[in-house]
Design a protein around this ligand. Structure first.
Ligand code: ZN
Length: 88
């Protein structure tokens, strides 16, 4: 698992790449680039994205911890970053 974002694929007919629309993390609707307030839920798009990124980092850390514990056979792991990092 790389965790990197994939680049958008160009349209097969036109060769053009579709514009990336920011996703409102408050209501999961697409917004226009540069829009500060979501037109659907009224949320602060940047603040909601920041909060989502924070929660995602916590979830990813928990997943790494769980993977390390599984790799260690269920034994406690002092530092999960030291175990189970050889797979991609
Ligand atoms: Zn919204």
């Amino acid at each position: 698992m790389s965790g990197s974002e994939q680049a958008p694929a160009p349209n097969a007919l036109t060769g053009r790449v579709a514009e990336q629309l920011p996703l409102c993390r408050g209501c999961r609707q697409f917004t226009r680039p540069g829009e500060r307030e979501c037109p659907f839920c009224g949320g602060d798009v940047a603040a909601l994205a920041s909060r989502h990124a924070h929660h995602l980092s916590i979830a990813r850390a928990a997943a790494r911890d769980l993977s390390a514990r599984i790799a260690a056979g269920g034994k406690p792991v002092d530092d999960p970053r030291q175990v189970g990092t050889s797979e991609e």
